[in-house]
Design a protein around this ligand. Structure first.
Ligand SMILES: *[C@@H]1O[C@H](CO)[C@@H](O)[C@H](O)[C@H]1NC(C)=O
Ligand SMILES: *[C@@H]1O[C@H](CO)[C@@H](O)[C@H](O)[C@H]1NC(C)=O
Ligand SMILES: *[C@@H]1O[C@H](CO)[C@@H](O)[C@H](O)[C@H]1NC(C)=O
Length: 676
């Protein structure tokens, strides 16, 4: 290891210079390292000669100049400098270098892990590309098929129309031809007779021909054309061409999480039950704001015991996003904002949730609360809620016991365990289906809570679920799953085999799903604030609703139910109301307002209808279940007092007449007696 040792020192290259070199380029430094090791080893074992003073051994080290010197040197230019034995200096350097080496090597794991993630991104990108390519091919093959079908239909129509006209004209022509021949024949016979005949012959001729001639002379021939000669082709392709010209887009952004920022009061504090918003501004790697939308932004608000708040991310389509949320209880929460699964700048945030009075009056929420004359009253009623719970109920007696029959599940990833369970459905043949959103699967139980099956769990199968939030059972047995993150609805057979997906490209964030009396799918697009009705084949029949607080609008629609009259019932989370529409999407009625009184809501979620048309609603922020009649009048609560709910989500009526609810915050589902 001594080869080429001393050249460096012979040229009196300062040692620190080499070290700087090493620091600057840690991965190309193997040569430098070798040189340094050699320098140290060489100095320790072999005297080096001084370039300025002949063969003098350089045994000393001048620290101010950071170089090896000989005794002669210390008398000359280094006279004023403190020199120490070279061996000691080298030993010191060796120790320091060893330290630096360790420190620098410690960077490798993080670089390796970054490289691994990048490689994963590359793989993800290329598999995404392959699947998009497939999509593009099949989309256009489909279009071509449609075009070809239309082309054949038009050609056939042309053939038929042409044929019919020709047939009419041809038969007219035939009739005329026949007439022409008859006249010819008749006339030539008569002419012959006239030219060369005796009196007797003329008499005979008259007998034979006169009648015939008279008949022909007055015969009605079809002289007017019985058809016209119009045959045109009208087609307007400009609009279509324009559409085709702009058909499809490749959607992406160059936003990165570490530059993306969030702003707004809602990052630090909010008021219980009050919708609060945060603005997220996406930026690229150079910190420049991105101008386009469609990035994957997610938000989560939770306490140490699980995810509790549920909000909406609104895409402003200009690179900014609004996170609109409501928190049900006071306390200290963590707010995580992620872009493409990575925390954005400053995330997670510490969020303080207070009752309105505690909040500084500078926030909008507090101002509104303070001004509202009704709020004090609502609060008082709130405080007395347990006592007055059934006071307006039409039922005579309060139930004496809590209505819960049993509960199933804890937080986890195994069978019968849940992570953020959302939608619930019940099949007519006695099963309960749970959309287990973070575990990316649907789990099936019997009505008495026995685990039966689950499907969708991880892997890259064609039916892979991303975030199943809604589930319904079709009368034909198929299982319908709204997948929020895949932005489509998946259809599985009742034994869990993926069959098809519908609504891709038409849905932005489907949350709840239901089936109407005609077997059509009612899909609640939470992100688009609209409701879409599809045939099972995927054909879109109707779409209604837009973002807003109007009757025919939604501020955050979550789940849907359908009653026996085929009316559609939608919970509007951020408007704190339930809205009812007919099957054409015309508004019929709404009920509910924000509060904790009877018939009021703090963000309604799950909804179901019983055979008499009564509506059962999960009141997420108030952690309770309310029952209304079909006109929206409050009837009663389900008594959940013994084991309180925590942020209930989906809700359904089982085939044996119980209410099953996803108790999301407690990571279980609960089955309750439902008394009518
Ligand atoms: C983006 O759009 C939102 C909503 O339309 C608007 O309030 C905001 O000012 C826009 N931001 C930028 C940077 O254009
Ligand atoms: C709910 O059930 C509990 C437990 O049986 C009971 O103590 C309570 O009074 C019930 N609440 C109402 C309002 O009936
Ligand atoms: C819900 O919508 C109604 C109008 O239909 C509106 O008056 C009310 O303020 C909205 N509620 C909330 C909390 O936005």
């Amino acid at each position: 290891c001594l080869h080429g040792t001393s050249s460096a020192l012979q040229k009196s290259i300062p040692v620190t210079h080499l070290m700087e070199e090493q620091q600057r380029s840690p991965d190309s430094s193997s040569e430098d390292c070798t040189v340094l090791e050699n320098v140290a080893a060489g100095a320790a074992r072999q005297a080096l000669s001084c370039p300025s003073h002949g063969d003098n051994a350089m045994e000393l080290y001048c620290s101010p100049c950071d170089t090896a010197v000989c005794k002669e040197c210390t008398k000359g230019e280094h006279a004023e400098h403190a020199a120490v034995p070279l061996r000691d200096a080298v030993e010191q350097h060796r120790v320091r270098l060893q330290d630096q080496l360790e420190t620098t090597k410690k960077r490798l794991p993080e670089i390796n892990s970054a490289m691994r993630s990048l490689t994963e991104f590359q793989q993800q990108l290329s598999s995404q590309k392959a699947s998009i390519e497939e999509d593009i091919h099949s989309t256009f093959e489909d279009l071509q098929k449609t075009l070809n079908v239309r082309k054949s239909v038009l050609l056939m129509e042309l053939e038929v129309t042409y044929g019919l006209k020709q047939k009419v004209l041809q038969s007219q022509l035939d009739t005329l031809l026949q007439g022409q021949e008859e006249i010819h024949d008749c006339c030539s016979v008569t002419e012959q007779g006239l030219s060369c005949s005796s009196e007797a012959e003329v008499l005979l001729l008259k007998k034979q021909m006169s009648e015939r001639l008279a008949e022909l002379a007055s015969h009605q021939y079809p002289l007017q054309p019985q058809e016209n000669d119009q045959l045109d082709f009208l087609v307007e392709t400009e609009g279509l061409k324009k559409s085709v010209h702009n058909l499809g887009t490749i959607v992406t952004t160059s936003a990165v999480a570490y530059e993306t920022e969030a702003s707004g009061e809602g990052l630090r504090q909010c008021v219980v039950g009050h919708p609060t918003s945060v603005i997220i501004t996406t930026k690229d790697k150079d910190g420049e704001p991105c101008k386009t939308g469609s990035a994957s932004v997610t938000a989560e608000i939770f306490t140490p015991d699980g995810s509790v708040a549920d909000g909406e991310i609104l895409d402003n389509k200009n690179g900014t996003y609004e996170f609109l949320y409501t928190v049900p209880k006071e306390g200290s929460f963590t707010l995580s904002l992620r872009l493409y699964d990575q925390h954005i700048k400053g995330s997670p945030f510490k969020l303080k949730v207070t009752k309105s009075a505690d909040v500084s009056p500078s926030t909008d929420g507090a101002k509104k609360r303070v001004k509202s004359p009704g709020s004090g009253h609502v609060k008082q009623r709130l405080a007395k809620r347990p006592a007055s719970m059934f006071s307006t109920s039409k039922r005579k007696e309060n139930p004496i016991e809590d209505d819960m029959i049993f509960r199933v599940g804890t937080k986890g990833r195994n069978k019968g365990e849940f992570t953020n369970l959302q939608g619930v459905a019940a099949s007519s043949d006695g099963n309960i289906l749970i959309a287990d959103s973070n575990n990316q699967c649907v789990q099936i139980f019997s009505n008495d809570g026995q685990f039966i099956n689950r499907f969708g769990v991880r892997g890259r199968s064609p039916g892979q679920l991303q975030r199943p939030t809604g589930v319904a059972v079709h009368p034909n047995g198929d299982i319908i799953i709204a997948d929020y993150d895949n932005k489509w609805v998946s259809i599985f057979s009742n034994d869990g085999k993926f069959k098809s997906k519908i609504g891709a490209g038409k849905l932005m964030g489907p949350k709840g799903v239901s089936v109407d009396k005609n077997g059509n799918l009612i899909v609640v697009d939470n992100k688009a604030c609209s409701v879409l009705i599809f045939q099972l084949s995927g054909k879109l029949l109707t779409r209604f609703g837009s973002r807003g607080n109007g009757d025919k609008q939604f501020a955050g629609p979550h789940f849907a139910a359908v009653n026996n009259d085929n009316e559609i019932i939608i919970t509007d989370f951020h408007n704190h109301s339930v809205k009812v529409f007919n099957s054409e999407g015309e508004f019929l009625l709404k009920f509910g307002s924000n509060g904790e009184g009877n018939g009021q809501f703090n963000a309604p979620t799950g909804v179901a209808v019983d055979a008499s048309g009564n509506i059962i609603v999960a009141d997420w922020g108030n952690s309770r279940i309310q029952v209304f009649d079909g006109s929206g009048s409050f009837l009663s609560y389900i008594n959940t007092s013994v084991e309180p709910l925590y942020g209930p989500q989906g809700l359904a009526l089982t085939s044996d007449g119980h209410v099953v609810v996803a108790d999301s915050g407690n990571h279980c589902f609960k089955v309750y007696r439902y008394l009518q």
